[in-house]
Design a protein around this ligand. Structure first.
Ligand SMILES: *Cc1c(COP(=O)(O)O)cnc(C)c1O
Length: 364
């Protein structure tokens, strides 16, 4: 069978390996496996969320509230915006899909960092857009601006903090960059890890409210999958001016968020103390990775997220190291598909991190 030839150049997204696969392939018991591959919150979500989801478990026959009133009201209050400035997606991934499909034409250019979240390219290629990438590994706003003037892209992706490198853009530099972009170019600021950046250094964080107050061409993305510990519930959101949100709604399928997920995300916002505690723990534990890397002479990019990226010396092949770890029940992310000889490791609980140091001590 032949397919839409626009899809020919797409490489299917490679997700972090699930625990179930390691159980099947290596015969390791599930409780012996540590997954530090997908930047999930190792403490899970607030106990209040679990209670709330249990209490509505009998409500599965009816379609969800497609206006998503409860979640939108809670998010609008948190960010000081209007509910009309919000769209909810099955993960912020889905909001990226909406945005690319709503904005980019075949042949349009989409500008992004050399090393960044893999889904930008996949969605852009689905609509026949062309990818333009910077040369630098970390976001350099001058380089972005030069490529913007050369290529006039329809969409610019700024992933800050960036996955999979962990670096974050200075808020001032980003705001002055966006101020120079014409209003028909959509600037997507992916803040999947913004809660971590805001905690570590406010100069590396932007508030969605400020972005949309200043600019009519910015879409901010947030997610419940990382700091809020709800990766399995698939809830993310976009914040932008109403005309952009209205365009995104034209490509949204109805009932894209389940009743349980809507409830989980709404209640998660009521327990910010839980999230803040998890983030504080994350940066305490991250210091141990920094010390480990220094001890081993391994390069580490300063991280504003819940993961660290370890750039390995040439003689240590990242794919081999990841494979060795997998056999021992430790799942990390090999970054060779991004053109890096590096592994990305999610900061886990103290016990999970202990295990990582123990297993890698002889390998790295
Ligand atoms: C995890 C992640 C997302 C999206 O995650 P969802 O689970 O789809 O909300 C988006 N962008 C980046 C950079 C991420 O790391």
């Amino acid at each position: 069978m032949t397919f839409n030839t626009t899809l020919d150049s797409i490489k299917t997204y490679e997700a972090g390996k699930p625990i179930e696969l390691v159980v099947r392939e290596y015969g390791i018991a599930p409780d012996q496996i540590v997954k530090l591959a997908s930047n999930e919150n190792p403490f899970g979500c607030s106990p209040k969320v679990k209670e709330a989801v249990r209490s509505i478990i009998d409500n599965m026959a009816l379609y969800p509230d497609d206006s998503m009133l409860k979640l939108k009201t809670a998010l609008a209050a948190k960010y000081g915006i209007d509910p009309k400035e919000l769209v909810i997606g099955a993960g912020s991934d889905q909001v990226i899909e909406f945005a690319v499909h709503a904005k980019a034409h075949p042949g349009a250019k989409v500008l992004m960092n050399s090393v960044t979240f893999a889904m930008y390219e996949i969605y852009a290629k689905q609509v026949g857009a062309q990818i333009v990438r910077t040369a630098s590994r970390v976001h350099d706003m001058d380089e972005f601006y030069a490529l913007y003037t050369e290529h006039k892209p329809q969409i610019i992706f700024l992933c800050t903090p960036n996955n999979p490198t962990g670096d974050a853009i200075d808020a001032d530099a980003m705001l002055s960059f966006i101020g120079k972009i014409d209003s028909d170019t959509l600037v997507i600021v992916d803040g999947a890890y913004m809660e971590y950046a805001r905690f570590k250094n406010p100069a590396k964080a932007v508030e969605p409210r400020d972005l949309i107050a200043r600019f009519d061409n910015v879409l901010f993305l947030g997610t419940f999958s990382k700091a809020y510990g709800l990766g399995g519930m698939r809830v993310g959101y976009g914040i932008s001016r109403a005309p952009i949100i209205e365009a995104l709604y034209k490509v949204r399928p109805p009932f894209n968020i389940t009743t349980l997920s809507l409830e989980a995300a709404s209640v998660a916002l009521e327990d910010e103390a839980f999230v803040t505690e998890c983030i504080a723990d994350n940066f305490r534990e991250m210091k141990r990775y920094e010390a480990f890397a220094a001890h081993k002479g391994i390069d580490i990019i300063e991280s504003y997220t819940n993961f660290v990226t370890l750039s390995l010396p040439e003689e240590k092949n990242s794919s081999k190291i990841a494979q060795e770890l997998l056999k021992k029940g430790m799942i990390v992310r090999d970054l060779s598909s991004y053109g890096l000889n590096a592994i990305r490791v999610t900061v886990g609980t103290a016990a999970q991190n202990d295990r990582f140091f123990e297993l890698t001590n002889s390998l790295l």
